[in-house]
Design a protein around this ligand. Structure first.
Ligand code: NAD
Length: 257
């Protein structure tokens, strides 16, 4: 028996084997969860299918979260295949590359709208559509970054979006709690992924991080995957509305001497 045996998990945000969603998928699979993957666009689909196959998963659906019809179609597919399910992993974020460099105040109205829509509203949109299918004891998990709390150079509109995402987690936890469904976020340290490569200066952030972090190392997709597995398991049954850090302790250090 694994810690997630008998649980069905929707994994949104797998792009390739560097994705945080991949670390989560491997941990979930190891603990017995049944998985469904989503993808957006042909290029991502080509990468997701073999990864899914390597875990024996053939439940793969398209879903662009900027589109309510896609989200509704996804829920119809889940209802037809599973009836109900237990876990939503929302590992999705997007801002235009030009918004992730230079001064925050140069953000455009459209750039702000896109970042908020795809990185923030999508969590609520997916949870709203999924709610009738979510089982008692279910769990929703999203991914955030400490740029929501303190200024991280070049993170800009994504920092503002992550602050709104973290607030959404608390409101969703309040709405879902009476049905015994939990909602949390993991605030991950920097990890080299497709999304992260869009942030100007990200390589320098990675280079300097282990010098400051108490654990003197970067965090991995596996570190995040294991925490996600714990948070979505019944072991975390009274934890909701929380932002849990998986950052090797980085945010607790202000000045390194
Ligand atoms: P990634 O590029 O592997 O994953 C991002 C995913 O978002 C991709 O699968 C992409 O297809 C998906 N996506 C983008 N726009 C979408 C849309 N309109 N509809 C559906 N899916 C869409 O990168 P990642 O770093 O694994 O990102 C996962 C999450 O983790 C993001 O929310 C990111 O902000 C967060 N995060 C990342 C880091 C890091 O350093 N990599 C740190 C903290 C938090």
């Amino acid at each position: 028996m694994g810690l997630l045996t008998g649980k069905r998990a929707l994994i949104m945000g797998l792009a390739n084997d560097n994705s945080i969603a991949w670390g989560i998928s491997k941990a979930f699979h190891a603990e017995g969860a049944e998985l469904c993957f989503t993808y957006v666009g042909d290029a991502i689909e080509k990468r997701v299918r073999p990864l899914a196959a390597s875990l024996g998963v053939d439940f793969i659906e398209p879903c662009n979260v900027d589109n309510d019809a896609d989200i509704d179609n996804l829920m119809v597919a889940i209802k037809n295949r599973w009836g109900t399910f237990d876990i939503i992993i929302h590992a999705i974020g997007f801002a235009k590359k030009e918004e992730l460099a230079g001064d925050y105040l140069n953000v455009t109205r459209e750039g702000f709208r896109i970042a908020m829509d795809i990185s923030v509203y999508s969590l609520t949109a997916v949870v709203k559509a999924a709610r009738p299918l979510l089982n008692n004891g279910g769990s929703v998990l999203t991914l955030t970054y400490h740029g929501s709390q303190q200024v991280a150079q070049n993170y800009n509109v994504m920092g503002v979006a992550k602050a709104a995402l973290e607030a959404s987690v608390r409101y969703l936890a309040s709405d879902l709690g009476p049905d015994n469904i939990r909602c949390n976020a993991i605030s991950a340290g920097p990890i080299r992924t497709l999304a992260a490569s869009g942030i100007s200066g990200f390589k320098d952030l990675l280079k300097n991080f282990p010098d400051v972090a108490p654990l003197r190392r970067l965090v991995t997709q596996e570190d995040v995957g294991n925490m996600a597995m714990f948070l979505c398991s019944d072991l975390a049954s009274a934890t909701t509305g929380e932002i849990i850090y998986v950052d090797a302790g980085f945010r607790n250090v202000s000045v390194k001497i």
